[in-house]
Design a protein around this ligand. Structure first.
Ligand code: XIL
Length: 372
């Protein structure tokens, strides 16, 4: 090798080394130095987990490993929604969730169910059901689905997103299919049916938009609390509130006393409080500064606040790794795409949010109500 050639060779090798080590540096896997989030959470009496896609658990080894290692609570993202689990009047599709429940059992994880009564993910045939049959159809669906997993689901999102004050209905109820069919008592019917089918499961009410200190969220929180108080007064078995927590970049700055007051009010009613669908939509990132750092900061501010109440006994992110869903996470598939909204990078790569969430769990107050 002539001298210039050798120099070129050396330079190329060094560049190769730099690229290789940079590659390794920028995408380390959650290995030995990173204590699994499930362990950090469990030491505080908190469950940590993900919304998962059962078919990816079957097909993707890396996905399976990250889920097994980091989570002790799993929820199927879509597989228990009405359109998926009960696509035709006489047909239920339980295979994917059966697999998920078996996987969880094998890995010492618990599962939760999502969701039994929602105005979205409704199969077409449901639209043909009239007022005369609505109660029987809703009850049979809930009894069948909850009954199938009796003793297996630690909790169920029974009713999802029932409050929309802008719809102008009494109590701020959403003008949804079930509301139009059955009136406000559809909630009582749904919770009673779930309780009959699995008296041990913690029955949860789950909603979004409860987080910010905005007038709209404040109205929504008020309506949710009024609804929950009404249910409890009528002895309807609702035992937990799910804060979906679909956050946007920087939004945690707008989250504060309103949410803390809400969480304490829920606790005072004897409800468990879960963070059910956490993610940080980063599609509004303006290109200035550090995208991953900004996402991590939003996680930190939010988790410090909610875990600082000592009342939140479960935290689940809506997906396992970035980007997981090719649209704004948890929202309708329009507008800009979220790119790095979750706590882990692709294939479980560590990113700033991973360390920040670990740190928040380490600092969390101990929760006394593990199991609810
Ligand atoms: C979303 C899923 O993530 C998407 O894959 C699906 O297309 C639509 O539903 N609130 C909820 C979740 O309770 O079930 C939603 O999940 C996000 C908003």
């Amino acid at each position: 090798m002539t001298l210039p050639n050798r120099r070129r060779f050396l330079k190329a090798s060094l560049q190769g080394l730099a690229v290789a080590s940079l590659g390794q540096w920028s995408a380390p896997r959650a290995g030995e130095t990173f204590t699994p989030l499930r362990d950090l959470a469990a030491s505080k009496g908190i469950a940590f987990g993900f919304a998962v896609d059962p078919s990816r658990i079957r097909a993707d080894v890396a996905y399976r490993d990250v889920v097994a290692k980091q989570a002790n609570l799993l929820v199927p993202e879509n597989a228990l929604k009405w359109a998926e689990v009960h696509p035709d009047p006489d047909r239920y599709v339980f295979g994917p969730v059966d697999d998920l429940v078996a996987f969880a059992r094998d890995h010492g994880q618990r599962t939760r169910g999502h969701t039994l009564c929602w105005h979205r993910a409704m199969p077409d045939w449901l639209g043909q059901v009239g007022r005369d049959r609505a109660e029987a159809v809703l009850t049979a669906h809930i009894r069948t689905v909850v009954g199938r997993y009796r003793g297996r689901m630690m909790s169920w999102d029974v009713v999802n997103e029932a409050i929309e004050p802008n719809d102008g209905q009494g109590g701020g109820l959403r003008d949804s299919f079930w509301y139009r069919m059955l009136g406000p008592r559809y909630l009582d019917i749904a919770y009673a049916a779930a309780h009959d089918a699995d008296p041990q499961a913690v029955l949860c009410y789950n909603d979004y938009g409860l987080e910010a200190d905005s007038p709209w969220s404040e109205r929504k929180r008020g309506a949710v609390l009024d609804m929950l108080r009404g249910l409890r007064r009528r002895n309807v078995p609702v035992q937990a509130i799910g804060l979906q927590s679909h956050l946007r970049l920087g939004e945690a700055q707008r989250i504060g006393p309103g949410l803390t007051r809400f969480i304490h009010a829920a606790r005072d009613m004897g409800l468990a409080v879960y963070v059910t669908e956490l993610d940080v939509d980063d599609s509004a990132f303006d290109g200035r500064g550090d995208r991953d750092g900004a996402v991590a900061d939003t996680y930190k501010r939010y988790l410090d606040l909610v875990l600082g109440t000592g009342a939140v006994s479960a935290v689940l992110t809506w997906g396992v790794w970035d980007p997981d869903t090719p649209h704004r996470i948890g929202a309708t598939p329009q507008g800009a795409f979220a790119q790095r909204p979750l706590v882990f990078g692709r294939e479980g790569a560590l990113k700033p949010a991973s360390w920040v969430v670990a740190h928040c769990l380490e600092r969390a107050l101990r929760v006394r109500t593990f199991g609810t």
